[in-house]
Design a protein around this ligand. Structure first.
Ligand SMILES: C[S@@+](CC[C@H](N)C(=O)[O-])C[C@H]1O[C@@H](n2cnc3c(N)ncnc32)[C@H](O)[C@@H]1O
Length: 164
C-alpha cells in the first residue's frame, strides 16, 4: 500500500470514529474535550459536526492552522496532567465526549501518556461519557464500545465511562 493510501485510510477511519462518537452523545448534555490540537484538523471536524457543543482543547502549544484554532477561553495550554487537573475545576460542565489524539509513535512514551490519561480523565468525565482515543486508555469503570463499520480493530479505541 502506498503511503498516500495508508494516510487516506487513517484519516478516513478517524473521521468515521468522530462522526460515530457525535451520534452516540447526541441529545446528552456535556462539553467536548479535544486532547491534542496539533494541526487542528480533528478539532475543526468536531466543531463542524457539533456546532452547538462547547469544545475545549488541550495541547502544550498552539501549532494549528489559524482557521482551526480555538479561542483563548476554550484552550488549555500546557502539559496534560496539569491542564486536565485544571479543567476538572474550571470546566462549566463535565465532558460527555473526549477525543484523545496524542500518540507520538514512541511506544514507551505513549504507554505512559495512556496511563496518565486513565488516571486523570475520570475527574472530567460525566457518567455515560464516550472516550475515543488513538491509544488504548485503560479507564476504570468503563466498557468498550464496538468500532464503527469499516474501522480496523486497534486503529482507534472507543469506550463509555460508567462513572462511580
Ligand atoms: C497527533 S497531534 C494531534 C493532531 C490533531 N488531532 C489534528 O487533527 O491535527 C498530537 C498533539 O498532542 C500534543 N501532546 C502530546 N502529548 C502532550 C502532553 N503531554 N501535553 C500536552 N500536549 C501533548 C502534541 O503537542 C501534539 O500537538
Amino acid at each position: 500500500m502506498s503511503r498516500l493510501d495508508s494516510f487516506i485510510r487513517r484519516v478516513t477511519a478517524q473521521r468515521a470514529c468522530l462522526d460515530y462518537a457525535a451520534q452516540l452523545i447526541d441529545g446528552q448534555d456535556g462539553v467536548v474535550l479535544e486532547v491534542g490540537l496539533g494541526n487542528g484538523r480533528t478539532f475543526d471536524h468536531l466543531r463542524e459536526i457539533m456546532p452547538d457543543r462547547e469544545i475545549f482543547v488541550f495541547d502544550r502549544q498552539v501549532a494549528s492552522h489559524p482557521d482551526s484554532t480555538p479561542d483563548e477561553d476554550h484552550l488549555f495550554l500546557g502539559d496534560l496532567p496539569d491542564t486536565l487537573a485544571r479543567a476538572a475545576e474550571d470546566l462549566p460542565q463535565p465532558a460527555i465526549l473526549v477525543h484523545s489524539d496524542i500518540g507520538t509513535g514512541n511506544a514507551e512514551w505513549d504507554a505512559r501518556m495512556a496511563e496518565m490519561m486513565a488516571d486523570v480523565l475520570p475527574r472530567v468525565l460525566k457518567p455515560g461519557a464516550v472516550v475515543v482515543s488513538d491509544q488504548k486508555i485503560s479507564l476504570a469503570d468503563a466498557e468498550d464500545i464496538s468500532l464503527p463499520a469499516g474501522v480496523q480493530k486497534g486503529r482507534y479505541f472507543f469506550q463509555t465511562y460508567r462513572g462511580r
